[in-house]
Write a protein that binds this ligand. Structure first.
Ligand code: SF4
Ligand SMILES: [Zn+2]
Length: 453
């Protein structure tokens, strides 16, 4: 299921087959779509569409091209319409200095009024910004705006970062699939999962392989596919991530309330054993949010062996099964041992992602117990010395860093594939960490700060 956060279903190109277009959107698995008004006439049309179709929502506003047509009574009408329960956003509004169809000063004035309206009625903004990104950001900042989306984003990484730091989401349309959109695809890679949205802007901007033809919401899957490839995740990951974000931003239906026991990312299955940990790392995602790649991981209870096995069902369905989650899995050693054994008996592959404190936690060398049932292990080294480790990871247990180093050393005798990971944090000497890994005879992987899963 996915959400097209921006299309113009009221437009003329859909007049002959709007019904079929909507049906194809449903058939393609689109859970909801937002049809966005662009001039005064279209506001009534998008409202009607949203009232007649339960999965269609409306955004009310005047496109910067049409800013010159706005007068004081327009705002009164817009405000009234925005109170309709089918309206989820104010827009599209913003600045377009590429076409300059309305005078720039008028565009700015109308944009400001839209921002004020969105704040007054507490709806997010759908922002159109073309060759005007700095002015757009300045105006948003001057009014303290912090909720909305930069639709059909075409700016660079710095603009995206600035928008995100103010709280705005970044939405990509079919243009990212164009052969020449190399720079745009580089920007696609940099957007954090939590700020990524997807749209068609239909009838415009058809993705490849429909480029040049009329666009429609069902074509969104081609954009999703390209974004998935670019970000090295599966298309299902992109569906889940962007759907959750759209639901959060536009307040569309419920977001998942309960933490998942198992969750899929790419073609691996992760097992969320516990939310407890012996560290409190400064970068730990547990302290920032409940969701990773669109999955809620805040457990309401620690899963039993029976529950885990039931959810895995067939280990052969996955490239590997990873004990991980929102805490330290080796706090539940017995469960890991039993479930791993079952996975191996059923032909699956097992990995553990750990902070490397398993031996101090369990007060013995547990590695022989994992021998033969665990294929690979990723151990967070996270620092080049004890002092830095203590400053970054705040371990609850004594001599944790020494314990981690010992654990890495002992792992190689019992687990075929051992990797140490380090988060790219400014206080950590990465070169030194690589040397430690080399000396211990294990693989090394650098993890990006704030990128999980
Ligand atoms: S070891 Fe992992 S789960 Fe524990 S606090 Fe650090 S980042 Fe979070
Ligand atoms: Zn649009």
């Amino acid at each position: 299921m996915l959400i097209d956060t921006h299309c113009h279903l009221d437009m003329k190109p859909f007049d002959n087959d709007r019904h079929s277009v909507i049906q194809r959107a449903i058939d393609a698995g689109i859970e909801a779509l937002i049809t966005v008004s662009y001039d005064y006439n279209s506001t009534a049309k998008v409202l009607k569409l949203s009232e007649n179709n339960s999965f269609i929502y409306a955004a009310i506003g005047i496109h910067p091209h049409e800013a010159k047509s706005v007068n004081s009574s327009t705002y009164t009408s817009l405000k009234k319409m925005c109170k309709n329960k089918h309206v989820l956003a104010v827009g599209e509004t913003g600045l377009d200095f590429h076409y300059d169809n309305s005078p720039r000063e008028t565009q700015k004035e109308v944009f400001k009024r839209h921002i004020e309206l969105s704040q007054e009625i507490d709806l997010p903004l759908i922002i159109h910004s073309r060759e005007a990104d700095n002015d757009t950001l300045r105006i948003l900042e001057s009014l303290g705006a912090d909720k909305g989306v930069f639709h059909c984003f075409s700016g660079n990484e710095d603009i995206a970062k600035a928008a995100i730091s103010m709280g705005f989401y970044i939405s990509f349309a079919g243009t990212v699939t164009f052969k020449k959109a190399v720079k745009q695809r580089e920007v696609v890679k940099t957007i954090p999962d939590d700020y990524l949205l997807i749209e068609t802007d239909a009838p415009y901007l058809s993705p490849v392989p429909f480029r040049g033809r009329r666009n429609e919401p069902s074509y969104i899957i081609h954009t999703a596919k390209l974004i998935a490839q670019t970000r090295d995740v599966s298309i299902e990951d992109i569906y889940r991530i962007t759907t959750l974000n759209a639901k959060k931003l536009f307040n569309i239906s419920q977001i998942p309330q309960n933490g998942k026991i198992t969750y899929k990312i790419r073609d691996s299955l992760y097992i969320n054993l516990t939310n407890r940990c012996t560290n409190e790392c400064i970068f730990c995602v547990r302290f920032q949010k409940d969701f990773v790649k669109g999955h809620n991981l805040r457990l309401s209870h620690e899963p039993t062996i029976k529950e885990i096995v039931k959810e895995i069902d067939n280990p052969l369905d996955y490239k590997e099964i990873v004990f991980c989650g929102y805490g330290e899995p080796l706090l539940r050693l017995d469960t890991i041992k039993e479930v791993s054994q079952w996975i191996k008996q059923n032909g699956g592959s097992v990995r553990i992602n750990t902070n490397g404190q398993g031996n101090i936690i369990n007060k013995r060398n547990i590695l022989p117990e994992l021998s033969g049932v665990v294929d690979s292990i990723s151990i967070s080294l996270d620092a080049h010395n004890e002092e830095t480790y203590n400053n970054i990871c705040h371990p609850a247990l004594n001599h944790a860093y020494t314990g981690v180093i010992d654990f890495i050393k002992l792992s190689t005798a019992h687990i075929p594939d051992v990797t140490v990971t380090v988060v790219d944090e400014s206080r950590v000497d990465i070169v030194e960490c690589k040397k430690i890994a080399k000396k211990l005879g294990v693989n090394f992987r650098l993890r990006k700060l704030d990128v999980v899963g």
